[in-house]
Design a protein around this ligand. Structure first.
Ligand code: ADP
Ligand code: MG
Length: 241
């Protein structure tokens, strides 16, 4: 049984078909790359999986159960978490407070009991921001704000983590470090889908790549196959034009 099964997902905004009959299966332990030019529907797929958006058509199953019509907090409590492409920390709370928020009882995102200081430290340490715990988010460099967003997601103890543009705005050293951390999450037993608008960025990291263009899956295969795929190259050239 696949961990995640997206079947025939379609999402329309008025007359715009943002995602058209998209299917994706993710097996436990995989890191799957979801790439495509800007506007191709990648974030919309994540928003539908997380029930931020209602689907227009299709179904989403996680761990064998239908989650299509779940509320977002139910999806999170079942073990799915998403790091959005935009950071949204609460600037009046410390890094530690922002992480803790995601573990509090009755929080929109978690029904767990609220993490101890030790647990908060551990979430931060897993992504390398343990020295920033007492800082305020607006004092952090961009890469650390992005890592805070990942720590918030880790605090919900996901089995499947969806990462939307995790490398955007990072320099090469930061990208290399984050890729190594994502590899460690896999070793710890986490399954991941990683979105990137670039073709090159995540090819070394992922087992498999799925390519979206104008809401439609145009290719899927190994990173090597996708790098050589002419339809994918054409889509990217058109996207730049
Ligand atoms: P990507 O993440 O691949 O850049 P998106 O999923 O953000 O693409 O967007 C796909 C298409 O859906 C775009 O045309 C975008 O403008 C549109 N779209 C996304 N979210 C909304 C929304 N909430 N309302 C209207 N249109 C949207
Ligand atoms: Mg996006």
């Amino acid at each position: 049984m696949s961990l995640l099964e997206v079947d025939g997902l379609t999402k329309q905004f008025g007359g715009l078909v943002a995602v058209d009959d998209f299917s994706l299966e993710v097996e436990p332990g995989e890191i799957v790359g979801l790439i495509g030019p800007n506007g191709s529907g990648k974030s919309t797929v994540f928003n539908c999986i997380m029930s931020i958006y209602d689907v227009t058509d299709g179904s989403i199953r996680f761990n064998g159960g239908d989650i299509t019509d779940d509320a977002t907090h139910e999806v999170v409590n079942k073990g799915l978490s998403r790091v959005s492409q935009e950071s949204n920390p609460i600037d009046s709370m410390s890094v530690a407070g922002n992480i803790k928020l995601f573990t509090l009882p009755n929080s929109i995102v978690s029904l767990r009991g609220g993490a101890s200081e030790r647990e908060i430290y551990d979430y931060a340490a897993r992504i390398g921001i343990e020295d920033d715990l007492q800082e305020m988010p607006d004092e952090l460099p961009h890469a650390d704000v992005r890592r805070l967003e990942i720590a918030k997601a880790l605090a919900t103890e996901p089995e499947l983590l969806l990462l939307d543009e995790p490398f955007a705005g990072m320099n090469q050293a930061e990208i290399t470090e984050l890729a190594a951390q994502i590899e460690r999450f896999r070793e710890e037993g986490m399954t991941m889908v990683v979105v990137d608008h670039n073709m090159g960025g995540l090819m070394d990291l992922v087992d498999r790549v799925v390519v979206l263009n104008n809401g439609t899956k145009i290719a899927a295969g190994s990173p090597e196959e996708i790098a050589e795929n002419e339809a994918v190259q054409k889509a990217y050239l058109a996207g730049e034009g």
